[in-house]
Design a protein around this ligand. Structure first.
Ligand SMILES: *Cc1c(COP(=O)(O)O)cnc(C)c1O
Length: 227
């Protein structure tokens, strides 16, 4: 692996940081209002390290097994990093996920809420969670359906006593994302939830305009996922 290869990732990272700053300014939001979750799924540790060395600390992965293979070593070198799970979580992987991830962004069903609460009690640490909302009600997509979201958010907080920090969504591929972002923001506002994880490589400026506090950007930083 050449230095050029790493320089590439850093250049792209800086371009996204600039894009994010421009989007914040355009939306009339303060600089630094939006956190950049660098989505490193499918990319090996040597591509991730340059970002850590440059001071970036916030990353997202979508698979527990893959993250387990990469992140324990990176975390021992950079103990203050923050890792978000942004992909589906099976309840039988909750223990592993809670040991590795700082924030679970994909809480979307009662069985998972129950498992997170049980594991939190067992290990004496309440998991930090975002609830994923399937704003487009797409059958194949994870996330609680919009109609069921209000009741689920309430249950997570009151019944399962989980620490719900915000909401997350992945709008349908083929639609204007802005109405989906607006719907998520409205729902979060209604429940007094401060955090909104929305926006990816192709649409993060729109998400920033709609109030995102976290954008999840992979391809624009790390390049296309080969395999
Ligand atoms: C892969 C992924 C992203 C990043 O998508 P890009 O288009 O590569 O920026 C964001 N969110 C989730 C949930 C993902 O799985």
């Amino acid at each position: 692996m050449t230095d050029d290869f790493h320089a590439d990732v850093l250049d792209q990272f800086h371009a996204v940081r600039d894009g994010l700053a421009a989007a914040e300014a355009a939306a009339g939001r303060p600089a630094g209002a939006v956190s950049l979750v660098a989505v490193s799924k499918t990319h090996p540790a040597p591509r991730i390290r340059p970002l850590l060395e440059a001071g970036h600390r916030l990353f997202g992965e979508n698979r527990v097994q893959e993250a387990l293979a990469k992140w324990p070593a990176l975390r021992s070198a950079f103990p203050d990093l923050e890792l978000h799970l942004i992909g589906p979580l099976q309840s039988n992987k909750v223990k592993e996920a809670m040991a590795l991830f700082d924030v679970i962004e994909t809480l979307d069903r009662p069985k998972l809420a129950q498992a997170l609460t049980a594991e939190g009690e067992r290990c004496g640490r309440r998991p930090r969670c975002f609830i994923q909302v399937n704003t487009g009600a797409e059958p194949q997509k994870a996330g609680v359906l919009p109609d069921a979201a209000d009741a689920f958010i309430e249950d997570c907080r009151r019944r399962w006593r989980l620490s719900i920090e915000g909401l997350m969504c992945i709008p349908p591929h083929d639609e204007d994302p802005t109405p989906h972002f607006a719907r998520l923001a409205e729902m979060a506002g209604r429940h007094g939830l401060p955090m909104l994880s929305m926006g990816m490589s192709d649409d993060y400026p729109q998400a920033v305009a709609a109030g995102a506090t976290h954008v999840r950007v992979g391809t624009a930083i790390f390049g296309h996922r080969g395999i």
